[in-house]
Design a protein around this ligand. Structure first.
Ligand code: ATP
Ligand code: MG
Length: 402
């Protein structure tokens, strides 16, 4: 693979931990290059999340080289060639050059190689097969920079074949389009995605969910999502899909993208969050949050002003209130005012509890809970003005009246 460009390497590629790592590998005769997302984003001058390196020797050799240089090495996925190096508390994923031996549309059997071009050719899109030396020498074997500049997500090689090797690439196509694409989509790539969209059911839920949520997290995901739907790529995994109208409105409101909230925005109000959570293998916490975001009740009273907002905040808690508020795009009222309040006001705690009733001589019974609920409703309706002694007095009154 011949170099064909230069890059001004961002700080993270040339700082002390990075130099230490490259020196350790070099000392052991291992050639290493930055690869994938970090190089792509460096070319775009966008921020870098993870640093991935490709190395031309097997994991055992890499592990030994790191040990010799006193750099911590974790055998993250040695079978697949991946070792995580931790140099001065900065982490790097080192993966041995690979080629596919066998593919079945879901998982590949890979073999290690020392051929950089073979490694590049098994990657998915042209701009994901960029490599860089730490001095900024760039390797771009499939003209990924031109595609990146044009906002064109293009498969390396024949799209149908590449999808047959790994069907997840259909979803990755739309995910990368959301992040790096410009309309129109690359026609040959899109057509292949459409032709293969019916085969996505066999994928693992975790991989699908990761790609879908990642797509939704992009700053402008609407076009990519609509293209994905047009291709039929969402049919199997999210048949509940209800269009992008609410997502568009949400995007104009939300302070930062939130993938789960955006997922809620493309689902109908009556969607079954539990079923969707199971299908996409979301965590229990995520499923519960999705459930609150999709539930018909409580309807937020935004027109009722600060008093009604405070009551809502108390009932839902700030985080879930904010979710519902941002999603309630058709609810009349000053949502901005409510949002500011949700950012700044912490609901107080009810100043009385069941213990107070027991101290008054009531026997433990469901009545205790009912009385507490009643005093709580009264306290919330009074905009939290009543203090502990006022709440106690009201409790006494309610207990006598009942
Ligand atoms: P991000 O910044 O979103 O993580 P990324 O490019 O690092 O973007 P990853 O999904 O982390 O994306 O994958 C890392 C690299 O591994 C990709 O750039 C690509 O070269 C390769 N890759 C990952 N998944 C596949 C796949 N299913 N088929 C082919 N190549 C893949
Ligand atoms: Mg990555």
């Amino acid at each position: 693979m011949k170099p064909n460009g230069r890059l001004v390497p961002p700080e993270r590629m040339v700082d002390a931990p990075s130099q230490r790592l490259f020196a350790a590998l070099r000392a052991a005769g291992i050639a290493a290059r930055f690869v994938g997302g970090c190089v792509r984003n460096a070319v775009l001058e966008r921020g870098i999340d993870d640093i991935d390196l490709a190395v031309d020797k097997p994991p055992a050799t890499v592990m030994a080289a790191l040990a010799a240089a006193d750099i911590k090495a974790i055998p993250t996925g040695v079978k697949h060639g991946t070792v995580t190096a931790i140099a001065d508390s900065r982490s790097f994923e080192l993966t041995t050059l690979r080629r596919d031996v066998e593919t079945d549309g879901r998982r590949a059997v890979v073999a290690f190689t020392d051929d950089w071009l073979e490694d590049a050719a098994r990657r998915d899109f042209t701009f994901n097969a960029l490599y860089a030396d730490p001095d900024g020498t760039l390797y771009d074997p499939f003209d990924g920079r031109a595609d990146l500049a044009a906002g064109r997500v293009r498969f390396i090689g024949d799209p149908d074949r590449r999808i047959a090797e790994d069907r997840l690439r259909v979803l990755r196509f739309f995910r990368f389009h959301a992040w790096y694409g410009q309309p129109p989509v690359d026609a040959a790539s899109f057509d292949a995605c459409r032709r293969n969209a019916g085969t996505l059911g066999a994928l693992s839920a975790e991989r699908v969910a990761k790609e879908l949520l990642r797509l939704l997290e992009a700053s402008a995901p609407v076009d990519a999502l609509e293209a994905m739907v047009e291709a039929g790529a969402l049919d199997h995994w999210l048949p509940e899909y209800a269009g992008t109208a609410r997502l568009r409105a949400l995007i104009t409101r939300e302070p930062t993208p939130d993938k789960l909230r955006r997922l809620a925005a493309i689902l109908p109000a009556e969607a079954d969050a539990t079923a969707i959570g199971k299908r996409l293998k979301l965590s229990t916490q995520e499923s519960l949050r999705l459930g609150v975001m999709l539930a018909r009740e409580p309807v937020l009273d935004l027109a009722g002003g600060p008093r009604a907002w405070r009551a809502g905040l108390y009932r839902l808690g700030n985080k879930l209130y904010r979710d519902r508020l941002l999603l309630a795009v058709n609810t009349p009222g000053d949502w901005r005012g409510a949002f500011v309040l949700a950012e700044s006001w912490t609901p107080p705690e009810l100043p009385v509890s069941g213990g107070d009733l027991l101290q008054m001589g009531l026997a433990p019974s469901p009545r205790v809970g009912a009385l507490i609920t009643a005093v709580e409703d009264w306290w919330v309706a009074g905009d939290f003005a009543a203090d502990r002694s006022a709440c106690l007095a009201e409790l006494v009154r309610l207990a006598k009246a009942a």
